[in-house]
Design a protein around this ligand. Structure first.
Ligand code: CS2
Length: 506
């Protein structure tokens, strides 16, 4: 906790099981007996998202129907979450915010919290425990050691190499899953269901093939057992959850009367579409609290990745370059708001609508969600890891528009804004803190390319891990990107977007 936070919460009792009953009126508290909650889920990647999404669905369910679905939360690397959550009995506050106000709820379904890097063996043991029926994940795109353009495991990734050498003490999510599945197989137990909750296309199938790629490198018998018995349902997850700030910590304390070092903030909206394919059908009845259990997640996932995440990335790069700190600030800029409405018009024709969904209404809802002034979602945060995000968010749409030969000026501007952003200098000449596993490589490629826009575009397009083998060879895309990039350089993000904004809107 910073000194500032300490000052703000100095007179406030710490959140803990002992002080829970003192929470201020209006604070929702766990509606079940925490002491009797057993653990059925291990979750890898204990960031804010899972605590504001899956954990809240689970919390809602436990309140109406007690079950064995408490969660063990695992941080793969950093101890911060564990260090904040343990002293408060793993309780935390979820703040729901929109223009009409804020409400607080204290969440209790985390039964334990571990840090994998400190004790990987204990984590494998926890996952191999017979009580665990689901291992879910939110480790972000880069946590899968995947080649973004091909969807295959990066065998030469240093962490994968490490996990091949020390399979009992892994570092990666894929390594942990396989080590625990191996333990279960050797003990004659059933596997667990692996539930990927990251924003990746066909995320369950993708993770199944990564685990199978990795298993094949280790032991073919294990690969066959995993393929035969394990299950990797796909999911679509949705809720906007910005990084927690010092102000949020102070706000949580003010609302609940209890000092919480680890609150999460989220919008009211949430959606969770899950492929109903669990081992022995053993899962929480999440559908009772609003999740959708379906036989095919693909249309939901396409809609969400391309309309929501695609637009989010576009707004993040353009908004950042135009000097906007948050998505809500970017949406308050008329040129960029009109731009994103036009962007959706480019995306919608190539996205099949999920059953019962109208994509224009979906886009209207996104307009409202992105404009939520109470959610301060930083453009810089969303701009992170673009090399891992662009393929599924924007480049699939590029391919589908190029196939029938339709133009794509707004999508090209979004990709050009990413290119401008990873160049590392903003429109006022200030350095950008580019966070991306390929940041150094991108910088080197751009430095070698020189200053001419067409050379920079061509050089970056040549990165096959992002653009695949096909897009660099498509002169239509190269031309669209070069012209958008030139516009950005000469006129700036705001004007380049405004130029394209003479659209009627969704
Ligand atoms: C965002 C997502 O950070 C990002 O890249 O686009 O985290 C987005 O907020 C969620 O997917 C919304 O469900």
């Amino acid at each position: 906790m910073s000194n500032q936070q300490k000052l703000m919460t100095a007179d406030t009792p710490l959140l803990s099981p002992a002080t829970l009953s003192a929470a201020k009126v209006g604070t929702l508290r766990p509606g079940y007996d925490r002491d009797r909650l057993r653990t059925g889920i291990v979750h890898l990647g204990l960031g804010a998202f899972v605590r504001a999404h899956q954990a809240l669905y689970t919390e809602d369910l436990l309140a109406t129907e007690p079950g064995d679905w408490g969660m063990t939360g695992i941080s793969l690397q950093r101890p911060d979450q564990r260090d904040r959550l343990m002293p408060q009995g793993r309780l935390y506050t979820a703040l729901q915010k929109d223009a009409s106000g804020v409400s607080a709820r204290i969440v209790g379904c985390l039964n334990s919290v571990m840090v994998a890097a400190e004790d990987p063996v204990a984590v494998v043991e926890a996952m191999a425990d017979p009580s665990i029926r689901i291992v879910s994940l939110t480790v972000t795109e880069k946590g899968y050691c995947i080649d973004p353009a091909t969807g295959r495991l990066q065998e030469h990734h240093p962490d994968i190499q490490h996990d091949l050498e020390y399979p009992g003490e892994p570092r990666t999510a894929v390594g942990f899953i396989l080590a625990a599945l191996e333990r279960r197989r050797d003990a004659g137990m059933a596997p667990f269901t692996v539930l990927c909750c990251d924003n990746l296309p066909s995320n369950g199938h993708l993770l199944a093939s990564l685990v199978s790629d990795f298993a094949a490198l280790r032991d073919c018998g294990l690969a066959t057992w995993v393929e035969r018995y394990a299950a990797f349902p796909s999911t679509m997850v949705d809720r906007i959850v910005p990084a927690t700030t010092t102000e949020d910590i102070a706000e949580a304390a003010r609302l609940t009367g209890l000092a919480d070092a680890a609150p999460v903030v989220h919008e009211p909206y949430r959606q969770w579409v899950i492929e109903d394919r669990f081992i022995d059908n053993s899962r929480p009845r999440w559908e009772r609290v609003g999740a959708e259990l379906v036989s095919d997640v693909a249309p939901y996932e396409h809609m969400k990745l391309r309309l929501l995440n695609g637009a989010h990335s576009a707004l993040a790069y353009l908004g950042y370059l135009a000097g906007h700190e948050t998505i809500a600030d970017t949406m308050a800029d008329p040129a960029l708001r009109l731009y994103v409405e036009g962007l959706w018009q480019e995306i919608i024709p190539v996205v099949p609508a999920p059953p019962g969904t109208d994509l224009s209404s979906y886009a209207k809802t996104l307009l409202e969600r992105f404009s939520n002034p109470a959610i301060r979602h930083r453009t810089w945060q969303i701009a992170m890891d673009g090399s891992q995000k662009l393929p599924q968010r924007l480049l699939s749409t590029v391919r589908e528009r190029l196939a029938p030969n339709v133009d794509l000026p707004r999508i090209a501007l979004a990709v050009a804004a990413w290119l401008r952003y990873v160049g590392g200098t903003d429109e006022r000449g200030r350095e950008i803190d580019v966070r991306d596993p390929l940041a150094a490589h991108l910088r080197a490629v751009l430095d070698r390319a020189g200053e001419a826009p067409q050379d920079r575009v061509r050089a970056v397009l040549g990165i096959e891990a992002i653009f695949g083998p096909d897009l660099p060879r498509d002169p239509r895309f190269e031309n669209a990107l070069t012209s958008a990039y030139t516009q950005l350089l000469t006129r700036g993000a705001r004007n380049a977007a405004a130029e394209l904004s003479s659209f009627a809107g969704v």
